[in-house]
Design a protein around this ligand. Sequence first.
Ligand code: ADP
Ligand code: NI
Length: 216
Amino acid sequence: MFELFEKQALRATEEYVQEVFSDEGSGHDWWHIHRVRKMALRIAETEGGNLFIIEMAALLHDIDDWKLNAENSSKVSAWLKKLKINHLQSLLILEIINQVSFKGAGVENRATTIEAKIVQDADRLDAIGAIGIARAFAYGGHKNRLLHIPDSTPEFHADFESYKKNQSSTVNHFYEKLLLLKNSLNTETAIEIAKNRHIFMEEFLEQFFAEWEGNE
Ligand code: ADP
Ligand code: NI
């Protein structure tokens, strides 16, 4: 399947990413990366794509995240150079990573290659369902957000700047992002997987509001 060089590059990258994320508690821990990689490879089984590119991009997709490192240095390109990944493959990997992140409900960021579509889908699937709920509240806690603010309306973020500045409750985040994700998926395989996860979030919110009112 993989050539020796690719195997070694993947192994080294896995160790590098594990090291970088070892103390990250905002929902961007190593295990998020681990799940995204696993899911991306699962989606690729039915959707195709170059497995080396997919796995490398999945492993590296959050290294240069705008929320985690403000100066937005390109650690990924430096890492790919260090590994002596060829120029074309590096470009493909960097392009996927660039296309993966969500920048607000009104901001289009379309994945152009099958590899990018798959990694984007895998990342988005990890933001919904039971894991998505857990991550949202972990992130909200990290940012000192309230669980829920009754009567506050969710904001539709038409641009990346307003999404970045957003300060609403974690429950609002479901309406601003998480419940929209199932309609932003690229591949049939991911759309299928998203169905149960989406229903689970809807049921969670229903129960949450019932308990909030003391009705459950
Ligand atoms: P990803 O790595 O999946 O692209 P993000 O970097 O956008 O995710 O965010 C990391 C996690 O934190 C996701 O599960 C996301 O839904 C959650 N999150 C992001 N912004 C907020 C927010 N404003 N409130 C609550 N959770 C959030
Ligand atoms: Ni991610």
